[in-house]
Design a protein around this ligand. Structure first.
Ligand code: FAD
Ligand code: MG
Ligand code: MG
Ligand code: MG
Ligand code: MG
Length: 548
């Protein structure tokens, strides 16, 4: 508002105000972003809309490059090399950051409750609680390690999720070797201390086992030659195979390599409890329970939902679900102005069969009850764009396009009626899959959402879009589409398995180099990139640092 020709801001900070097209001054929309991980950081890096007042809330004032976290556990890479302070990005973009954890989301009042971290390490013990309003909330808080309520895990096992976890593991591994080297221990005692157990045969558990094994053969053998013979690594997996999300060839290669390396691989074994000295497993086929002494357990069996999100889900009527659901535009279902991405959420994909009648009647312009070639062609593009499962289905059936799919249902008839149309798509929805909880997905979602936010005003003014089904004209943006660029599974000994798009599998030393270069290029800044590359070079020349 202006008084006597002088601008007076009711909100004292001019940065929080903006001019509209007709010269009116309005308060900027306040976008609160929860989390500074893959999803949050990517969203913030691509967000370029001066009309937003952006507030970031995260207990962690840095981004963590998680794919290299297993390499921190044995000192191949330093923790400092894979974190990027968030303050730099904040300054560059003019965003604000608050180091706190969101402990409650109050969606009906558009408010969150935050709690500052206690600075226990710096001697400050008290925490502060405060409210924060939002106009738009972006939830990217990730997930927490899942213990499946197995007794004793929380108290006795290590997790591998955050930078400090990796540092603790590193310290604990080295301490184990120092303790096992003390005089007057029995052979049994040394064996117990040096028994490393990894629970979970997913990519993280496998990579950690491989890193640990490399450390044992390449470094420990030289540094602790007297106790090396007592070391043992056990990898426990409840399922039939490790790396079961990968191609069978990769699983087989990994299992064989681990066997050759002397890693004790036990599949079909479920951990039922961990005490301070023993880990108990149940053999799934027989139900037999065995307890073994151990020195250190690393728990990596997947992720679970954070309590603050669980509570939020109850509030908005998603209490029955396992994960927070969004639509394909990443908007949280049952709640206004709240978006969610990354590990914390999953996209509730629409079924083609649910919409099939609507799709058909939209496409049938002349209302003739059949689709002619032209009508059919125009609807095909929309379907492919709107329903990702169609593409997967065509790939699986080795069909080039929907026309072929229809041909198999309709023969050579050029006109398509609703029945054949339905029949052609009847199995498509079986290909619906939730996206994996990966950095690749979270960062693509962050980028996608930022791009939507960047053109929000334009789209609000011109609310037409490419999507015409089910009254969805009001959605101005194309839905999020994931592009898979492939996955890696480092297996130790400078060997990596790579599964690339197009069914391309490569295993060995060449993929290791591909892995090095892909991850170096994915690092978020030249600073971290140069730090990581120099860590790798240092390790090649001097070996790993073994001080704890
Ligand atoms: P995160 O990256 O976990 O970020 C969550 C953020 O939210 C953090 O900043 C956290 O501090 C903050 N936060 C937590 N609670 C709150 C709260 N209450 N309020 C506010 N902020 C909060 N994926 C791959 O694609 N390739 C890999 O090679 C790979 N390797 C991995 C290796 C390891 C060891 C691990 C643990 C994961 C790996 N992943 C990999 C998975 C990948 O890290 C996750 O999928 C990704 O981090 C998900 O991003 P996100 O933004 O959802 O969560
Ligand atoms: Mg995040
Ligand atoms: Mg992260
Ligand atoms: Mg996460
Ligand atoms: Mg997700």
């Amino acid at each position: 508002c202006s008084s006597g020709g002088v601008l007076v801001y009711s909100d004292s900070n001019p940065l929080k105000r903006t001019l509209t097209a007709d010269g009116q001054e309005t308060k900027k929309k306040k976008v609160v972003v929860l989390g500074s991980g893959w999803g949050g950081y990517s969203f913030l890096s691509y967000l370029n809309n001066p009309n937003y007042d952006v507030q970031v809330v995260s207990p962690r004032n840095f981004f963590l490059f998680t794919p290299l976290l297993p390499s921190v556990t044995n000192g191949t890479v330093e923790a400092r090399s894979i974190v990027e302070p968030i303050r730099g990005l904040m300054r560059k973009k003019g965003f604000e950051y608050t180091e706190a954890e969101c402990v409650k989301i109050d969606a009906s009042n558009k408010k969150i409750l935050c709690r500052s971290k206690d600075g226990a390490s710096s001697g400050v013990k008290d925490t502060k609680e405060f409210d924060m309003d939002y106009d738009v909330l972006v939830i990217a808080v990730g997930a927490k390690p899942n213990t499946f309520n197995t007794p004793g895990v929380e108290e006795n096992a290590h997790f591998l999720k955050e930078a400090e976890d990796a540092l603790k593991i590193r310290q604990s591994v080295i301490n184990s070797f120092e303790r096992a080297s003390l005089p007057d221990l029995t052979e049994e005692e040394r064996k117990k201390i040096l028994h490393f157990v990894v629970v979970g045969g997913g990519p993280t558990g496998v990579e950690f086992s491989a890193e640990l094994h490399d450390f044992l053969v390449e470094d420990v053998a030289k540094i602790y030659p007297k106790v090396q013979e007592f070391t043992r690594i056990t990898l426990l997996e409840a399922g039939d195979h490790i790396l079961n999300m990968f191609d069978k060839r990769i699983t087989a290669f990994a299992e064989e390599k681990f066997q050759r390396d002397g890693i004790d691989l036990k599949t079909k074994n479920m951990v039922v409890g961990v005490t301070a000295d023993e880990i108990s497993t149940k053999e799934i086929a027989t139900g037999k329970i065995v307890s073994e002494p151990y020195g250190m357990v690393v728990w990596s069996t997947g992720i679970g939902i954070r309590p603050v999100i669980k509570e939020f889900m109850h509030q908005i009527g998603q209490g029955q679900r396992r994960v927070l659901a969004t639509d394909e535009w990443l908007r949280v279902e049952g709640c206004d102005s709240v978006y969610a991405l990354g590990d914390t959420a999953t996209i509730n994909q629409r079924r083609v069969m649910e919409d099939i009648a609507a799709i058909f009647s939209k496409a049938d312009k002349g209302e003739t009850g059949t689709l002619n070639k032209k009508e059919f062609k125009s609807v095909v593009k929309d379907i492919c764009q709107r329903y990702p499962q169609v593409e997967l289905y065509l790939k699986k059936k080795k069909l080039r396009n929907i026309a072929n799919l229809l041909k198999s249902a309709n023969g050579d008839d050029t006109e398509v009626n609703i029945e054949t149309f339905k029949q052609a798509f009847s199995e498509v929805d079986t290909q619906m899959k939730n996206l994996p909880a990966t950095a690749q997905v979270a960062s693509q979602q962050g980028k996608y959402l930022a791009k939507c936010f960047n053109k929000m005003e334009k789209c609000e003014k011109k609310p037409e879009g490419p999507l015409r089904f089910r009254g969805e004209g009001r959605h101005r943006f194309q839905p999020f589409r994931y592009r898979h660029f492939g996955s890696f599974a480092p297996l130790g000994g400078e060997q990596t398995a790579a599964e690339l798009p197009g069914d391309w599998v490569s295993i060995g030393h060449s993929s290791q180099w591909l892995w090095y270069s892909v991850y170096a290029s994915k690092l978020v800044s030249w600073r971290t990139r140069s730090l990581v590359v120099s860590d790798w070079v240092r390790r090649f020349i001097f070996g790993r640092d073994s001080s704890s």
